[in-house]
Design a binder for this molecule. Sequence first.
Ligand code: KG4
Ligand code: ZN
Length: 332
Amino acid sequence: MNLLAIESSCDETSAAVLVDNQIRSNVIAAQLIHEQYGGVVPELASRAHQQHIVPVVERALADAKIPKTALDAIAFTRGPGLLGSLLVGASFAKALALGLNIPLIEVNHMQAHVLAHFIGDSNPAFPFLCLTVSGGHTQIVRVRAPLDMEVIGQTQDDAVGEAFDKSAKLLNLPYPGGPLIDRYARQGNPLAFRFPLAEMPGLDFSFSGIKTAILYFLRDQIKTNPQFIDQNLPDICASIQYTLVQMLLTKLKRAARETGIRDIAIAGGVSANSGLREALQKTGQELGWRVFIPAFEYCTDNAAMIAMAAKFKFDQSDFVGQDVSPLPRMSF
Ligand code: KG4
Ligand code: ZN
């Protein structure tokens, strides 16, 4: 079975080829244009997808050594994401499926982040919990089967990736600031500064308060020392990262306790964060969890995870017709 998958939900154009159960190629074209605007500009993102999609798909097929005519199905991200970005991937996938007369498979981007754990040999057993943390989402998902999952906790306001990126902006770091906070945090003291931990009921999260707390904290410090940020960047980053990771782990521990599930995974862009990866390993050892952390290349947006999710749908002949259209707020 040869499957081509396309991901274009935000600002990465990606194509991957899966042959039987193996990912054979995973090509990702990032869009650097957004950096100068401090965030993703939707109109520029769809234009860049339009430019990248043909070369990215051709490269993915060439890397996998699979000719177009040998494909058995085409998968694409239907949502959630930016409408203009999703439209490029969806239209391209539909046209190619039509031209080759092969089935079309729609994939939910957030489900695909979870199913990235089935790339390779170390897979969680069902049921497992997945903390999916990205620039747009923060979810605790109970996964009963590949295509049977339920969100049991989520953010009521900002996503944790947004909290990283907005905090970085307050520190005058370029977009996306999450990876930079991670880098500076490695040289800092996580207990140097304290930020309040928001209390949310149940398994839900809130990250808007922490952003305001950081804003006021920096404003007060800068009043007495205008060089405060420059002089304390590693400690500030380590303290912010520590706080955000604690907020995530508190709820993940509660979810594991309440469900009795001990196979615990993380997914999404923020699962690349070294503080979160270390804290999860440590908590897992303390509580007897089996912990699953994706390889870096499958944390942030990529088409390999779309291919993996599509494989489960292909096995059930779960195809869509040519009248399918993107769902920017797609849920599951
Ligand atoms: O999953 P993803 O690539 O795209 C979305 O679907 O949103 O996640 C992107 C998010 C951004 O907010 C980015 O700052 C964050 O993941 N991120 C990180 C790290 N790497 C990516 N945040 C903290 N530490 C990192 N190392
Ligand atoms: Zn994502």
